[in-house]
Design a protein around this ligand. Structure first.
Ligand code: ZN
Length: 457
């Protein structure tokens, strides 16, 4: 923005902290929101400001994606109809076959999709730093969680040293006030030894780093942790790894290891009982809900209503497009709501407003950044989007929350700004060369196809 002050108007404004209202907007000064109100009031108060009017559209806070794997975007549609453990093993093999440059292009393609569908903050998890690079280049806000893996307890120190070195290098490039924060992620109970969990948590707490972990996602994981059986147990056996099942739920296992005390972002949490939900709530841990990924991989339905009732901060995540296959939070929220209503035969469970809150303020709370983003309020960062309500699939639209959650799609987003900077103007993402990324993605995909054919052949 050339001007230091601009008014953005639309037919509907959804500040999230208060009910939607007609014909109004926000005033942006530099990187922040200076005012929120009706059109006449804003024009009178800021007569010299530039005005951009989106017309038949909804203006709302940018969407927060609580869980993504941007580096895996090139794998979209490549791992269909596979059992969970085979899916994971194939995905890992393909990722390891990609160069650092290829993973970066893949992550760029992911962030383009995210920005185009109105995501302004992304909690990205990566085995490499590709997602971090893409977030930094794109102008989006985010937390990049660097993954650590290691199932051999005797290698925990070495695993952690490697992680600490990579994280230190990233932090040197992202100072405290920066848009992209760095965190760590001990991957999951079946890929991280107990000592590595403990050491990673100590390291995260000592350095004030956010933490996330994939937990209670699959039946195979529950089998391994509760009974020391199932597919993961058989893989351990084949690799000659000793495993004494803790014989508790995955959430209780994290609690016993001291992981919950660090208030992590828990990814999935599908297989949790009442006691687990109590542990999550009491510890102040938060949840990234990824219902489409869980459903597509046949792993179950997470108890979203129970989490909300327990007061847990929940954000919605798309997970990777290798298991979704879309990075579209409107679709994710719609699916989450419909799934719960179908599952429990309740036409009143959850509301469109509730889902919009989860997509914005809920995600911000899950990431612990609700003081800065997640609502349209004076003083908060100017992270906002406009979503067109003019489409035939949305009209007529006189209940904006219902229109957005039940009818609209990510492709209806016509404007995305982060910290007052325009990242998507309705035509293209302003910070990346979309054509070049798309062309490169096709080349990488062709190479991956032959890699996959060799792996399977
Ligand atoms: Zn994930």
């Amino acid at each position: 923005m050339a001007s230091a002050r601009a008014i953005y108007l639309a037919d509907w404004v959804l500040p999230i902290v208060r009910p939607p209202f007609r014909r109004g907007g926000i005033v942006v000064e530099g990187e922040r929101i200076a005012a929120v109100g009706g059109e006449a009031e804003l024009r009178a108060q800021f007569p010299d400001a530039l005005v951009r009017d989106f017309g038949e559209a909804a203006l709302l806070p940018g969407l927060v994606n609580a869980h993504a794997h941007l580096e895996l975007t090139v794998l979209r549609g490549m791992l269909e109809d596979l059992p969970f453990v085979t899916w994971l093993a194939t995905l890992t093999r393909l990722r390891e076959g990609l160069s650092a440059e290829e993973l970066r292009e893949s992550a760029r393609a992911g962030i383009i999709e995210a920005i185009r569908s109105g995501q302004t903050t992304i909690a990205d998890v990566g085995a490499t730093t590709a997602g971090f690079e893409a977030l930094c280049e794109s102008g989006a806000r985010g937390v990049f969680f660097h993954e650590v893996f290691g199932v051999r307890p005797e290698e925990a120190e070495e695993n952690l040293r490697g992680l600490a070195q990579r994280v230190a290098a990233l932090r040197a490039r992202s100072d405290a006030g920066s848009r992209v924060r760095v965190g760590v992620s001990p991957h999951a109970p079946y890929s991280v030894s107990a000592p590595l969990f403990r050491r990673t948590v100590e390291y995260a707490r000592a350095n004030g780093l956010p933490l996330c972990v994939h937990i209670a996602e699959s039946h195979a994981e529950v089998e391994l942790v509760r009974r020391g059986q199932g597919e993961f147990a058989r893989i351990y056996e084949r690799r000659g790894l000793a495993w004494r099942a803790p014989q508790v739920s995955p959430i209780r296992y994290l609690y016993d290891l001291g992981v919950l005390a660090a208030r992590p972002l828990l990814i999935h949490g599908v297989h949790v009982d009442e006691e687990d939900i109590g542990l999550i709530a009491q510890s102040g841990s938060t949840i990234a809900h990824c219902p489409k990924s869980n459903a597509k991989l046949g792993q179950g339905i997470a108890p979203l209503p129970e989490w909300l009732r327990a007061g847990i901060a929940v954000g919605v995540g798309t997970d990777s497009v290798a298991s979704n296959n879309a990075c579209d939070l409107l679709e994710e929220a719609r699916f989450a709501l419909l799934l719960q209503r179908a599952h429990r035969a309740s036409p009143t469970l959850l509301k469109a407003e509730t889902m919009l809150t989860l997509l914005t303020l809920g995600g911000a709370r899950a990431l612990g950044v609700q003081a800065h983003i997640g609502t349209l309020e004076p003083g908060k960062a100017a992270d906002f989007i406009a979503i067109a309500l003019a489409g035939a699939h949305v009209q007529p639209a006189d209940d904006p929350a219902a229109a957005l959650i039940f009818s609209a799609r990510g492709s209806d987003v016509c404007f995305t700004a982060v910290g007052g900077r325009v990242l998507f103007d309705g035509q293209s993402v302003t910070t990346l060369d979309e054509e070049r990324v798309r062309a490169r993605l096709r080349e990488i995909r062709a190479r991956l196809r032959s890699l996959l054919a060799r792996a399977l052949g």
